[in-house]
Ligand binder design. Structure first.
Ligand SMILES: Cc1cc2nc3c(=O)[nH]c(=O)nc-3n(C[C@H](O)[C@H](O)[C@H](O)COP(=O)(O)OP(=O)(O)OC[C@H]3O[C@@H](n4cnc5c(N)ncnc54)[C@H](O)[C@@H]3O)c2cc1C
Ligand code: SF4
Length: 567
């Protein structure tokens, strides 16, 4: 074929949103010429996974990006080396944050995107998340309701391979189909904590109901991927592939469905056609070339799947229409906080996934008139990022003030065995309202390819702060119950705090809704540039409390169907 022939569709970004869109389109339009264009160029095979694990193992510290540190495109700092900690020095390795608060979430710039490092928890949004304005008078409504997305949730659960127990979700998220796999088995410690919390009275009238978290993690072999082996390193790398990552759909698109994959291609501009019957021009740089010179190709449809930071950045770099003035605005995350303590008896953490259980009853309620909702996870990974076993070892071993050994030999072993085996984490992940001033624009600072970096203005509003405060208040009462009934002790936080971590949930910035108030319509199609489509959590009008990726996936399938109909 003439290389100048326009592609039918170019999808920019080979994370889960882009890869799923590619698979769906190629399946429903087998003859279509589809290109998946991606900035990363890592292999997506078992040998590369093993190499990531090796890099992770020898890394002296284990931040989220540690397995991926050797990737050439990461060495040039194209994404912050973020562990979710609100540290400006880290975030501004790539972002240009102007505050006053810190946007603490990063992403992975590689084929397969951030799903390499994600935890894999996949709850659905609850029905009222789609109608926050009409129900609670805050935020905005989505252009459609839960029922519209529900069939796509089922399809997304089958695509990603979600394990879950449908009966536990009755009354929280209605379902028309079962999960493709049974829920993950709780660990020994999970069972102890669940039993201890089974006697807690409702808090503020809300039952503390513990459910098995649906997760993109195989409880049994599924579509060629093995069952979970319980390594407990889901963040930042699953050694077995039992946790879903988007390399699965990238490989499927390329190897089985005839989608062309171009890697190391960094899109820098989209140029609209001069006439409606002509294609878009996609300008890019290939960072493996000596001069990184701009190249271009053409396409009738362009799908932006670059995530909620890079999609608005590309839009603004391109100078595309923004008459709604919504491009880049309403950046959101789920601010999270860990509460940690010691259980009364050993729970033996780190056996099984990092978390299998959660509490989802505080994700909705009339309190949302006043403050954001929150999800809770019960950890199976000790104190999570608040304190690794290695840090505990150091604290027992070495007296840094007096520069001498504290404990050694049997006493050290006993102290460690007593503490590490009883470590427990209960975390909250909170709702944030969209705020137009939380915004991605273009910085004057440039990256290693000379491309302008994202500038981020960010501030927590009071509604979102109250979500954090309420989450701490509820977890404190849960710890009190564990102290009273199971000999537990809460260690941190010792006093009320609004400190938060980023969850890696980049949302907002390319809002969907009515023309004039939003960037894309309810199908992800640009109001101003027919032929440009957006997938990913950038289109979320509000963020609810569910980890976003299942909703990203359901929306991507829905947008792909609309695009297939338009081809
Ligand atoms: C530590 C961590 C834990 C998480 N845990 C969970 C969880 O438990 N559950 C959950 O639902 N979510 C979780 N998330 C979030 C989840 O990873 C993301 O929601 C999801 O991966 C987003 O997918 P995406 O395809 O929209 O974007 P991305 O994964 O960011 O993919 C975008 C792709 O675009 C490419 N790209 C960027 N710029 C360009 C360009 N200019 N040209 C070409 N390509 C480009 C990138 O390289 C990347 O491959 C977590 C995230 C992190 C960081
Ligand atoms: S527990 Fe291990 S095998 Fe299971 S998903 Fe996590 S990292 Fe993968």
């Amino acid at each position: 074929m003439d290389p100048n022939t326009p592609y039918d569709v170019v999808i920019i970004g080979a994370g889960v949103a882009g890869a799923l869109t590619a698979c769906r389109l190629a399946t429903s339009r087998p003859g279509a010429r589809i290109l998946l264009m991606e900035a990363g160029n890592n292999p997506t095979n078992a040998a590369q996974r093993a190499a990531f694990v090796d890099t992770y193992q020898i890394s002296p510290t284990k931040p989220v990006p540690s397995p991926y540190a050797e990737l050439l495109n990461n060495k040039d700092g194209f994404a912050p080396s973020s562990d979710g900690v609100p540290d400006l020095t880290v975030m501004n390795q790539y972002y240009d944050e102007t505050g006053p608060d810190v946007f603490a979430s990063g992403f992975q710039r590689m084929i397969g995107g951030s799903t390499w490092a994600w935890r894999g928890n996949t709850p659905r949004f609850v029905p009222n998340d789609f109608q926050l304005k009409s129900k609670y008078g805050v935020g905005v409504d989505w252009p459609f309701g839960y029922d519209e997305l529900e069939p796509y949730y089922v399809q997304a659960e089958n695509e990603l391979g979600i394990s879950g127990n449908a009966d536990e979700w009755i009354g929280i998220t209605p379902r028309s189909g079962d999960y493709p796999m049974p829920g993950m088995a709780p660990s020994y410690g999970d069972e102890l904590v669940r039993a201890a919390l089974s006697t807690i009275k409702p808090i503020d009238g809300v039952p503390v109901r513990i459910v098995t978290t649906p997760q993109a993690r195989n409880s049994q072999p599924y579509r060629g991927r093995s069952a979970c082996q319980g390594n407990s390193s889901c963040i930042p790398i699953c050694p077995t592939g039992a946790k879903y990552d988007a390399s699965f759909h990238v490989n499927k698109a390329r190897d089985e469905l005839g989608v062309e994959l171009r890697t190391a291609h960094v899109a820098t501009r989209i140029v609209p056609p001069a006439a409606a019957d002509q294609p878009y021009t996609v300008v890019f740089r290939d960072w493996t070339t000596a001069d990184h010179a701009e190249q271009q190709l053409t396409a009738r449809h362009v799908v932006l799947a670059l995530n909620a930071i890079e999609t608005p950045k590309l839009w603004l770099l391109s100078g595309l229409g923004n008459s709604s003035d919504q491009v880049g605005r309403n950046l959101m995350d789920h601010h999270s906080a860990e509460t940690i303590g010691l259980f009364g008896q050993p729970v033996y953490p780190f056996r099984g996934p990092q978390s299998a259980l959660g509490v989802d009853t505080f994700r909705d309620g009339t309190f949302r008139n006043n403050n954001g909702a929150f999800r809770m996870t019960i950890g199976n990974d000790g104190w999570g990022r608040s304190g690794s076993p290695e840090k505990t070892l150091q604290s027992f071993l070495w007296d840094d003030t007096n520069k001498k050994i504290k404990l050694i030999g049997k006493p050290l072993q006993q102290a460690l065995a007593d503490k590490v085996t009883r470590m427990l984490r209960i975390s909250i992940s909170t709702e944030q309202l969209p705020d137009p001033d939380n915004r991605v624009t273009l910085s004057d600072k440039t990256d290693a390819l000379g491309i302008r970096r994202p500038k981020i203005a960010y501030k927590l509003d009071d509604y979102s702060k109250r979500a954090l405060a309420y989450g701490h208040s509820v977890t404190r009462r849960m710890w009190q119950h564990l102290e009273d009934t199971a000999g537990a002790t809460q260690v941190s936080p010792v006093q009320p705090t609004l400190k938060y971590n980023g969850a890696g949930h980049l949302m907002g910035t390319m809002r969907m809704g009515e023309k004039g108030t939003a960037v894309v319509d309810a199908w992800g199609s640009s109001h101003e540039h027919p032929g440009i489509w957006v997938v990913g959590s950038s289109v979320f009008p509000t963020g609810g409390t569910a980890n976003p990726t299942l909703t990203i996936s359901a929306l991507a399938l829905r947008t792909a169907d609309a695009l297939a109909a338009a081809l």
